[in-house]
Design a protein around this ligand. Structure first.
Ligand code: ZN
Length: 314
């Protein structure tokens, strides 16, 4: 039975209100594996996965520690917004905070400090689109790190692996992320995405829990039991599709199925022209790896993404 300790790290005195970073430590010190969630305040699904993971892992004889930061950005979480309006900074775009005084930057620094020394950090997020368990393979890693990432992702066994391109745009997008800041501190770090809370189903949770337990076993801190059949993840580049207008998106193509470029993925019921539906066509051929359910959308909102098999990309 692993010991669970709930603690909190003081980060900032915001005019008499002390902001803390909540920390959960499971098993013996020092921590070897870290799990971070709540970087974005409107992404509650990871809390559900973490809760189930803690219930599963507490009965195991751990030989190394697991550190969990389930609410990495308390002001944004309390506002249920991607970022807090105290400083309007995206916590996933300020690296390790760079010593900045803004609260989001102080919290980013505290997160980086808290995971430093761990071998690996899994950074959990969710999309508003229906999303399977989706791991992100970052760009620009050395061959050794890339090999370690592949092994971790293999243990996690997600449905889909989104492989970042190595072009300047992708490199830049990753370079400002919290994951890049943790990588710079020697922590192998990767992001994992899932569905939003109303669409977070039991099979996805079960796969996530089994994956995290398998990762802990691979790191040598948990017993190496065979957990649920492993399936083959698909490795893809991701092409995002956005809504051309405002209205209600109605899905047609099934999530996870293959689509051909030009095939109808869904329809938009335009706010200003009911009865005059706009067809939404796939912008590439591949797997429909993410897709909204019926949702009210604004122009430019994410409605779907297509996973283009790696061998089909230049
Ligand atoms: Zn996020």
């Amino acid at each position: 039975m692993a010991e669970i300790r709930y603690d909190r790290i003081p980060v900032h005195d915001a005019g008499g209100m002390i902001i803390h970073l909540p920390v959960v430590d499971i098993g013996p010190s020092p921590p070897v594996m870290a799990i971070v969630a709540g970087i974005h305040g409107d992404e509650p699904s990871p809390l559900c996965l973490i809760d189930r993971f803690v219930l599963a892992v507490r009965d195991l004889p751990l030989t190394g520690g697991i550190r969990i930061l389930a609410a990495a950005n308390p002001p944004a979480l309390l506002q249920r917004a991607r970022w807090s309006n105290w400083d309007d900074e995206d916590m996933n775009r300020v690296g390790d905070g760079s010593g900045g005084p803004a609260l989001t930057r102080r919290l980013a620094e505290a997160v980086c400090e808290a995971v430093t020394g761990c071998k690996v950090c899994v950074n959990l997020h969710n999309f508003i689109m229906r999303t399977p368990l989706l791991a992100i393979q970052p760009p620009g890693l050395s061959p050794e790190r890339q090999a370690r990432h592949r092994a971790y992702i293999h243990a996690l066994d997600p449905h889909v692996v989104w492989v970042f391109g190595s072009g300047p745009t992708d490199q830049h997008a990753f370079s400002t992320s919290l994951d890049a800041a943790m990588e710079a501190r020697g922590v192998d770090s990767f992001a994992v995405e899932m569905a939003d809370l109303p669409e977070l189903d039991e099979p996805l949770l079960a796969r996530g829990i089994a994956g995290l337990l398998r990762l802990a076993a691979q790191l040598g801190i948990a017993p190496d039991a065979e957990r649920s059949p492993k399936r083959n993840a698909v490795y893809v580049r991701r092409q995002l599709m956005r809504s051309p207008g405002a209205g209600i998106f109605e899905a047609i193509a099934p999530l996870g199925g293959t689509v051909e470029e030009g095939e109808i993925v869904g329809e938009l019921v335009p706010m200003e022209r009911p009865g005059d539906r706009v067809l939404i066509r796939a912008t590439a051929s591949g797997w429909l790896i993410q897709r909204l359910g019926r949702r009210f959308v604004r122009p430019g909102d994410m409605i779907a993404s297509i996973g283009i098999p790696l061998e089909a990309t230049p």
